[in-house]
Ligand binder design. Sequence first.
Ligand SMILES: [Zn+2]
Length: 252
Amino acid sequence: MSELIRLEWFFPLLAAPFIGSFLGLLIRRLPAGQGVVLGRSACPDCAHPLGVRDLLPLVSFALSGGRCRHCKSPISRLYPAIEIAAIVIALWAALMLSGWLVWAGCALGWALLALAAIDQEHMLLPDPLTLPLIPAGLLVAYALDPRLLVPHAIGAGAGFSAFALIGWAYKALRARAGLGLGDAKLLAGAGAWLSWQGLPSVVLIAAVAALLVLLARSFAGRLISPTTPVPFGPYLCLGTWLVWLYGPLIPA
Ligand SMILES: [Zn+2]
């Protein structure tokens, strides 16, 4: 029981629903090129500014029955879903890690969550979310052991070039862009956090997960044509998260 009341658990879990609420804002505003910090939140339908009562994570959604208090238009279920996911990530990180690494894990997990949601909705992996993953990953590696800096920096370079190469080949073969540079930058971030040894596992987990989802969709009768673009970012995010917590599929 004393494990449960450790401080390293308490603060990330306390922060998680509010971070989740902020990520919901980020997910809506970043692809639209809107400022994230400036500007008050407002209902997208009636433009009524939201007050403190509307912005309490999960509580507001539950109390209002998922509707705007002013115009009664339904609020996207994405918001409570992101808030719950942010809490799950904090719990997961706290269970698997200890000390300051809990915070590092939360930061990585929350960034991946936002990236996955934005890519799923908009087929876009914004630079302000992918690029900071590279220095952050290198910093965490250096703090763990300065000797890790080189393999993790190689990982960042390898992640970018591998995906840029695959994307270029895909484009040359099919005469249209399949994978964007956003995927390459995300994989560079993954390499910085995992070192180059983790990258094959990330790509393998991502490919298998994407295939399983595609199969599940075809069984559900929601078959999509081969030309329908499928975002790969959410699966890369999943792979990065699992490999960071559990290590590569084949340990070095
Ligand atoms: Zn409204």
